[in-house]
Design a protein around this ligand. Structure first.
Ligand code: PEP
Length: 256
């Protein structure tokens, strides 16, 4: 698949997998996925499995990410985990502002913006998630909502910082529901996001930023979605929990 930007496929394991299960999964992925020159493949296990998974991926092509981090660098924040602690396990990517965190932890665009800056300051690559609910889509508010989230989450970043950020467009109604946005629906929102990036930064920066699609990506729909001009990868939930489905998604995006 010829693409303008290097594809990035990330698996968000959410609150799944004990350490033993995580090791089984990553070992299986290592057997299936190697020589990954044209694509960045990232796994984001729960915090408790980072240490062991890190040892497995250290010498391979799979990169390590995590699902959240604190906006603070350290101190009296019970239960939180800082960027520097994550870097001990060679974590390179951090998912920020996932819709489940926006919903259950009430994370705001402002907080996600602070976390994004903290991640960049620690040389972690943020995967910043945005997405509209079904009600918002049906009320024709998709662009207004996505525009607000993108502007809020990326406020105050320099152009050079923005190039390190990955955006993930994840329509809330498509996450874990089996309902995928059509390739046309997703492409339209991705193109809109890129137009907001031109406004906020500049044309050259906007062209370099990778925008993933997330929401019930499976082996049978990944290729069509990632074939769209502004879709540069996938953020995968359910299908990232099994070796077969996640490695098939990656392979289906690469094979010609
Ligand atoms: C996600 O949680 O980021 C996600 C896209 O989940 P799923 O693939 O299960 O819809």
């Amino acid at each position: 698949m010829e693409k303008e930007r290097k594809l990035i496929v990330a698996g968000n394991w959410k609150m799944n997998k004990t350490v033993a299960e995580a090791l089984d999964l990553v070992k299986g992925l290592k057997l299936e996925l190697n020589n990954l020159k044209d694509i960045d493949v990232v796994v984001c296990p729960p915090f408790t499995a980072l240490s062991e998974v890190s040892k497995e991926v250290i010498d391979g092509d799979i990169r390590l990410g995590c699902q959240n981090m604190s906006e603070h660098s350290g101190g009296a924040y019970t239960g939180e985990i800082s960027a520097i602690m994550l870097k001990e396990f060679l974590v390179r990517y951090v998912i920020l502002g996932h819709s489940e965190r926006r919903q259950y932890q009430e994370e705001s665009d402002e907080l996600i913006n602070t976390k994004t800056k903290a991640a960049l300051a620690a040389s972690l690559k943020p995967i910043v998630c945005v997405g509209e609910t079904l009600e918002q889509r049906e009320a024709d508010e998709t662009e207004a909502i996505i525009g607000k989230q993108v502007r809020g989450c990326l406020a105050g970043l320099e152009n050079s910082q923005m190039e390190e950020v990955i955006l993930a467009y994840e329509p809330v109604w498509a996450i874990g529901t089996g309902k995928t946005a059509t390739a046309e629906q997703a492409q339209a929102v991705h193109a809109f996001i890129r137009s907001v990036l031109v406004e906020l930064f500049d044309e050259a920066t906007a062209k370099r930023v990778r925008i993933q699609y997330g929401g019930s990506v499976k082996p049978n729909n990944a290729r069509e979605l990632l074939g769209q001009p502004d879709i540069d990868g996938a953020l995968v939930g359910g299908a990232a929990l099994e070796v077969r489905s996640f490695s098939d998604i990656v392979k289906n995006c690469l094979d010609d």
